[in-house]
Ligand binder design. Structure first.
Ligand code: NI
Ligand code: MN
Length: 227
């Protein structure tokens, strides 16, 4: 499984010969202005929740790619009304896609679509593909249900956790989350994009994880990570 960071909470995932994009927020992200959204082609667009900073470019990318949108039922239905094929899920459910098994899991946050439509409850994903298991937490607070993830899904190879604070967990809670999910390899997201979520001293945060035996990456846009 290969990941590429496209800024904020957006990752391009290549696995089992398929391409997935998670939470595309590129065209309004100043930090990602070198990325050409119109050139992106994927098989699936995965959306954790309905907020603009996660769904902004979903429609463009899905239409350009003839891709399917996978999210909770409320969000996938909203896109289906726009003529984009969707696969709706809900919390605790899994489905075997051609790229692997995907589970929609709990998050503590809010979720409304850009036009004010109710976006259902926010979530995260566990992807099992090509012999690897990746947890994508989505926007979330630290919560006890994270402890269920290794129990239900098994040992994780890596986790993408929000770490920018204010709207989601900050570094201290993300570190606790890595204990809850029993995963030592953490990829941070949802940092630096806006003023409220800037991580000033990245080295200090990485060091804090290191002291607890954890590997934290705070990727730069364009960075590639192999699992
Ligand atoms: Ni959000
Ligand atoms: Mn967000």
């Amino acid at each position: 499984m290969k990941l590429k960071y496209l800024g904020h909470s957006c990752f391009l995932i290549e696995t089992n010969g398929k391409k997935l994009i998670v939470d595309p927020f590129i065209s309004a992200n100043e930090l990602a202005k070198d990325i050409d959204v119109d050139a992106i082609r994927v098989d699936y667009v995965l959306l954790t929740h309905g907020h603009q900073d996660h769904v902004l470019d979903a429609e463009t990318i899905a239409k350009n790619s003839n891709a399917k949108i996978v999210s909770n039922f409320e969000i996938s239905s909203w896109y289906e009304e726009k003529g984009i094929p969707g696969h709706g899920m809900n919390h605790g459910g899994s489905w075997n896609f051609d790229f692997g098994k995907l589970k929609y899991v709990n998050a503590i946050h809010s979720s409304v679509l850009p036009d004010g439509t109710y976006g259902g409850n926010p979530g995260g994903f566990v992807i099992e593909s090509a012999g690897k298991r990746l947890y994508i937490a989505g926007d979330t607070a630290l919560h006890m249900d994270m402890k269920l993830i290794p129990i239900v899904s098994g040992k994780l190879d890596a986790a993408i956790l929000p770490i920018g604070d204010n709207f989601t967990m900050g570094p201290d809670e993300a570190l606790l989350a890595s204990d809850f999910i029993e995963c030592d390899r953490v990829i941070g997201c949802h940092f630096d994009t806006f003023g409220y979520i800037v991580i000033k001293d990245k080295e200090a945060v990485i060091e804090r994880f290191k002291k607890k035996g954890k590997n934290l990456s705070l990727p730069a846009i364009g960075d590639e990570i192999a699992l």
